[in-house]
Design a binder for this molecule. Structure first.
Ligand code: BTN
Length: 255
């Protein structure tokens, strides 16, 4: 783990005012957690060129070859709605991808997907340190990665910016735009009613209207993704027209 740079962007409100750049780490989420102290500045971003133990949601691994973008932001939202933040951060990720030429959409909860192939993922984790609640928002984007550098089992369902766009986009350029968008989102999150942000999210969530199979510890529900509830849950209408709320588990979009 070698820190190779530190950047400052004082024009940002909170997120990404300071960025620490590492050549490689095990996982930027873990690095952020190790660094947590009460006086660590909110909005600090840890950025690595590669990860040796990148983690995804639900205990999965996140392949992190060189060329991809791996970042984590340290935030201190109020605990009650922190989960929704992890959902909403999908919006700036999609915005950045679109800005650089990939017309991505959001698969519930926060996967950025282009033509049914995943291009970015988010792992948001809440942790306490000395009575202070922190959220580490980790984002992985397949930017300058060749598809064959990703594990064989994800190649059929993944894509990369390099594969979709005929123009080289440097990671620092992508990160700069992404952090501006996350900074805006986080300020709206702190200052606007969450219902408005959920409405925004709903408009960008391409899962709505599709047939899905949602698997949780309680079993699998098959039906149509119908709406986003005010608490951020995905409402699924099953084939008997009964509504179910899905939050965490495995969600498959059916053909
Ligand atoms: C997922 O879709 O399952 C979430 C993937 C999150 C990957 C990012 S890469 C930066 C940060 N560090 C990690 O170990 N994971 C997140």
């Amino acid at each position: 783990m070698l820190k190779i740079g530190e950047f400052h962007e004082p024009n940002r409100k909170l997120v990404g005012r300071t960025v620490w750049h590492y050549d490689h780490v095990e996982s930027t989420n873990e690095t952020a957690k190790e660094l947590l102290e009460e006086d660590l500045e909110e909005g600090l971003v840890i950025w690595a060129d590669r990860q040796s133990a990148g983690r995804g949601r639900q205990g999965r691994a996140w392949a992190s070859p060189p060329g991809g973008l791996y970042v984590s932001a340290v935030l201190r939202p109020k605990e009650t709605q922190a989960w929704i933040l992890g959902l909403l951060v999908g919006m700036p990720v999609v915005k950045a991808l679109r800005h650089f030429g990939v017309f991505a959409g959001l698969k519930y909860p926060n996967d950025a997907v282009y033509q049914d192939r995943k291009i970015a993922g988010i792992l948001s984790e809440g942790v306490y340190r000395r009575d202070t609640y922190h959220v580490i928002v980790g984002i992985g984007v397949n930017t300058n990665v060749d598809l064959d550098r990703l594990p064989p089992d994800v190649q059929a369902t993944a894509t990369t910016l390099k594969r979709e766009v005929n123009l080289f986009v440097a990671n620092d350029e992508f990160l700069d735009y992404l952090l501006n968008q996350i900074d805006d989102l986080y300020s709206r999150y702190r200052n606007t009613r969450i219902e408005f942000l959920i409405k925004d999210y709903r408009g960008q969530c391409t899962t709505i209207g599709k047939r899905v199979a949602a698997t949780t510890s309680k079993g699998t529900i098959t039906g149509r993704a119908y709406d986003i509830a005010p608490n951020g849950a995905l409402i699924i209408m099953d084939d008997a027209n009964a509504k179910h709320e899905f939050v965490e588990g495995n969600l498959k979009v059916l053909p």
